[in-house]
Design a protein around this ligand. Structure first.
Ligand SMILES: [Zn+2]
Length: 183
């Protein structure tokens, strides 16, 4: 989605060939509206030997169980954003244990950086963007059908959630649940 008017000088935007692609550019001040995927941090949190999932209350993937996740803001690092979002969405204080993976797709305008983490305090409670927050043991993870009539972002996020949860299960029980995917 491109704005009709320049966000810097409010002149009508035009199109220009830049770096081999047509891009929105302001003919008055030269401002180029670059489009980049927004970074989102995600946490696969172990709490009391189980995985913390929240029930998403908003799109994409509304009503699905997913790890806490949210947009990285300017002024914070990705790890700091993950810890902040985890606290806002599920009430727990966490410490990160390592990268699970970086997920992106050409037709989706976010990029997800997922970490393994464990709780260090707080109380499990559903917060921002979550209608519920629960603990799932490795053998009772939710079975969720793929979204019907979902957007590209819904379908992609569904796959990212399935992949990161499978990774967590593999990391916890390598003998019983070998990882089926590699990053
Ligand atoms: Zn301008």
């Amino acid at each position: 989605m491109t704005a009709a008017f320049c966000s810097r000088c409010a002149a009508p935007m035009a199109s220009a060939m830049l770096g081999g692609k047509q891009r929105p550019q302001c003919p008055a001040c030269g401002f180029v509206a670059w489009r980049n995927p927004a970074p989102v941090g995600m946490a696969l949190i172990e709490h009391e030997d189980r995985l913390v999932l929240i029930r998403r209350s908003t799109a994409p993937l509304a009503d699905y169980w997913a790890p806490p996740a949210g947009y990285v803001e300017c002024g914070e690092s990705v790890p700091a954003a993950v810890c902040r979002e985890a606290h806002e969405e599920c009430g727990l204080l966490i410490e990160l244990d390592g990268l699970v993976g970086v997920y992106s797709q050409a037709d989706v305008d976010v990029l997800i950086v997922a970490y393994r983490a464990h709780s260090t305090g707080g109380e499990l409670a559903a917060g921002d963007d979550a209608s519920d927050a629960r603990l799932f043991a490795v053998n009772e993870l939710p079975l969720q059908p793929p979204p019907k009539d979902g957007s590209a972002t819904d379908l992609w996020l569904y796959q990212v959630v399935a992949d990161t949860i499978a990774h967590w299960r593999g990391a916890i029980r390598p003998d019983h649940n070998p990882r089926s995917t590699t990053q």
